[in-house]
Design a protein around this ligand. Structure first.
Ligand code: ADP
Length: 398
């Protein structure tokens, strides 16, 4: 049993489980401030460690050889005074099976397993989190919130690749889109800030973190995403290349003898900001280096912003109107430089940033960083995927 079920602060536990890591957060039913958050990493190995943050205090618990179950049990042991009502799990790929969040049951888990070929690194790891949580807390309802679900409203003209149709029919090869929980949350939050109903708000949201994607949202529904079959398509990211010529694999194989798996690893883990700068995948490091005269860091940032702008122009094809262009994620929320360099490519569309508002990250102006004359309003709206998962969990278990 977790804690005394009849007392304590009512809350929801949010779990994001990777193959050797488990991130968690505890959010109250009333209010939005995270009560506890933590990360267990290097699970299964001698350096496994659990880090917990509660009331501004950081606790670090070495747990050599710990499993996901050990880490979660230890974490929950530290949740005194809390009364969890349910557990929400981040799930990466719901394929075409899930158009929204779902209460977890055996049939539902089988459906997630059917989608595993589409996300072989992520879905099995997410399911480990679900199994562990169900085993430890059979009395608590559990909910899966999918990265892909928000994008299931994308129409065929946007989700089909121009390849023989049989690949879609037989293998479900199509564009899915990811970061849906973030794009959805940010679209609701932006509509609230604009004082408009979400289902009458059209936006382009740019989630720029380690992974990056942009999404065209028409009347509250996703109409297109820069990500595709996998989270590798689209924008340049920290270590991912984003779009490349589909003939690149063959070319590299012919020229270098690299195997397909090596090329895929190079494109996913050694490319993007890291690959182009030769320095780092971290935007803070690159900005600092560029200011100090590091030419390749400067160029990597320029390519990042140019490709982002180009993709955003592409997404406009999915919309009839645009209430705002919205920056979010670690880079989008914090880097005034990236926002300014990106916005500079939208002169033809009449976008004008207000330098002061951009420098203050829009905090004093409800997120708005564009000037009043700008034809396209531009905003910074912080994402909160854990809060969105907690809200979805409560909605489904209520
Ligand atoms: P994740 O996708 O792993 O959740 P985040 O959303 O936290 O990642 O984003 C990580 C990125 O945000 C990194 O590239 C980091 O350098 C960048 N970032 C965080 N703070 C700043 C900052 N103050 N200025 C520029 N970039 C920042």
């Amino acid at each position: 049993m977790l804690t005394d079920p009849s007392s304590g602060t009512a809350c929801v536990i949010v779990i994001n489980c990777g193959s050797s890591s488990l991130k968690f957060a505890v959010l109250p039913v009333e209010g939005e401030n995270t009560l506890i958050k933590g990360l267990a990493e290097r699970l299964g190995g001698p350096e496994a460690v659990l880090k917990i943050e509660r009331n501004g205090e950081d606790i670090r618990i070495p747990m050599p050889g710990a499993t996901h179950r050990d880490a979660l049990q230890e974490a929950v042991g530290r949740m005194s005074g809390l009364r969890p009502l349910g557990i929400g799990h981040r799930m990466v790929h719901g394929g075409e099976e899930f158009t929204g969040s779902a209460v977890i049951c055996d049939d539902m888990m089988a459906a997630v397993e059917r989608c595993s070929s589409l996300a072989p690194l992520h879905n099995p790891a997410n399911l480990v989190g679900v199994r562990t949580a169900r085993e430890l807390f059979p009395e608590l309802p559990q909910v899966a919130v999918f990265d892909t679900a928000f994008h299931q409203s994308i129409p065929p003209k946007a989700y089909l690749y121009a390849i023989p149709r049989s690949y879609y029919e037989e293998l479900k090869v199509r564009r899915y889109g990811f970061h849906g929980t973030s794009h959805h949350y940010v679209s609701l939050e932006t509509a609230r800030l604009l004082g408009k109903p979400a289902d009458q708000t059209s936006l382009i949201t740019m989630h720029l973190g380690n992974g990056c994607s942009a999404c065209a949202i028409k009347n509250g529904r996703s109409m297109d995403s820069t990500m595709g079959l996998t989270p590798s398509e689209g924008l340049m990211m920290g270590t991912r290349s984003g779009d490349v010529d589909p003939a690149l694999h063959q070319f590299l194989q012919d020229q270098t003898g690299m195997r397909l798996s090596e090329i895929t690893t190079m494109l996913n883990s050694k490319s993007g900001l890291l690959g182009l700068s030769g320095l780092s995948n971290d935007m803070r490091t690159l900005s600092e280096a560029a200011r100090g005269g590091h030419e390749l860091a400067r160029l990597a940032i320029e390519v990042f912003c140019y490709r982002l702008a180009k993709s955003v122009y592409g997404l406009m094809a999915a919309l009839d109107s645009l209430d705002a262009l919205v920056f979010t994620g670690g880079i989008g929320e914090n880097s005034a430089e990236v926002r300014a360099l990106t916005a500079a490519h939208f002169k033809i569309a009449g976008l004008m940033l207000d330098e002061n508002k951009n420098a203050s990250h829009g905090r004093d102006d409800g997120g708005v960083i564009s000037s009043p004359e700008s034809r396209i309003p531009c905003m910074v709206v912080p994402t909160n995927e854990e809060l969105m998962i907690a809200r979805e969990t409560l909605r489904l278990i209520s």
